[in-house]
Design a protein around this ligand. Structure first.
Ligand SMILES: NC(=O)c1ccc[n+]([C@@H]2O[C@H](COP(=O)([O-])OP(=O)(O)OC[C@H]3O[C@@H](n4cnc5c(N)ncnc54)[C@H](OP(=O)(O)O)[C@@H]3O)[C@@H](O)[C@H]2O)c1
Length: 281
């Protein structure tokens, strides 16, 4: 059996990131996020993914402090939002995030989306934040191959992570291979297809073989594909369900069957599609 809930992936900058964490998009500010993060930490999660735009950084920071778990044992990701992109504005945005989190560093700071005309300056600010220690690792999100090619032609610092939508129904095999060849860790979001694909009968059939739910099969599939996952839930029973994936292996023939589930299914509206929308030209 490979991996435990705390298993880490080595990043290209010497730091390491737990392969499994809690997502918090659409996790309401206040009690909902405080409870979700508290339940997750109590269940053994050691990686929390937030963002300025989610509006819940304060609650994430509160739950981390309340847990009594040393800060150094928890991996925190936050992200610079689109309207904060640019050099100086990114430096300010990071400072504001740290203030809301009440932390003196974050483990991973990501460019949330590859905003046209601004992303290059934003990356320079991330490099500066890494040098000054406010952030340990820096990375990108929603970067497709063309965005990565542009970035790598402009910098010596290769992003540690690329976080993008990926699930059994949207496998992005070329982008995954591109990242892997360059030492960029792939982190999947919407691995559960935001719950929209959990009724798929093929996923359910594989789950039955192992006594696991479709959500657990989707998450385990990603881990076994060397992809980090951050499933979101604000319900305790689902937070526990999503973490109960470290006591089984999907057999190679089922992994091969799952490779066939890829159907380019995305939960992102077309206007935000990182492959095609003009916003990210
Ligand atoms: N970088 C980016 O641009 C970006 C974009 C999207 C997401 N993300 C990050 O990635 C995280 C995960 O992605 P996501 O939130 O889009 O989608 P997701 O994790 O695929 O799915 C979350 C949805 O599925 C439901 N759910 C969770 N566990 C379930 C289970 N075991 N059975 C049935 N339903 C379940 C949740 O509902 P309940 O909460 O009601 O349980 C929620 O509606 C986000 O929270 C965020 O941190 C990043």
């Amino acid at each position: 059996m490979q991996y435990m809930i705390t298993s880490k992936a080595q990043l290209n900058d010497g730091f390491a990131m737990p392969r499994f964490g809690l997502g918090t998009f659409l996790s309401d500010a206040g009690q909902a996020t405080q409870d979700a993060v508290s339940w997750a930490l109590a269940a053994g999660y050691r990686h929390i993914d937030t963002a300025r735009i989610y509006g819940n950084e304060r609650d994430v920071g509160w739950a981390v402090r309340e847990s009594g778990i040393p800060r150094s044992d928890i991996f925190i990701t936050t992200k610079v939002w689109n309207d904060d992109q640019g050099y100086d504005s990114t430096l300010r945005a990071c400072e504001a995030s740290l203030k809301r989190l009440r932390m003196d560093y974050v483990d991973l700071y990501l460019i949330h989306w590859p905003v046209a005309g601004r992303r290059s300056e934003t990356w320079k600010a991330l490099v500066r934040l890494k040098q000054s220690g406010e952030v340990r690792s820096i990375g990108v999100s929603n970067y497709m191959i063309r965005h990565l090619e542009e970035l790598l032609s402009e910098t010596d610092i290769v992003p540690a992570v690329n976080q993008f939508e990926l699930s059994p129904f949207l496998q992005r095999k070329k982008l995954v291979a591109y990242c892997r060849e360059r030492g960029i860790l792939v982190e999947s979001y919407s691995t559960l297809g935001r719950g929209q694909k959990l009724t798929d009968v093929r996923l359910a059939a594989i789950g039955r073989k192992y006594g696991k739910t479709p959500a657990q099969v989707a998450l385990r599939w990603a881990l076994q594909s060397d992809i980090a996952v951050i499933p979101k839930s604000v319900h305790k029973e689902r937070i526990l369900e999503n973490a109960a994936i470290f006591d089984f292996d999907i057999a190679p023939d089922d992994m091969r069957a799952m490779a066939e589930l890829d159907e380019d299914y995305s939960v992102i509206p077309a206007a935000w599609d990182p492959e095609t929308s003009d916003q990210w030209a």
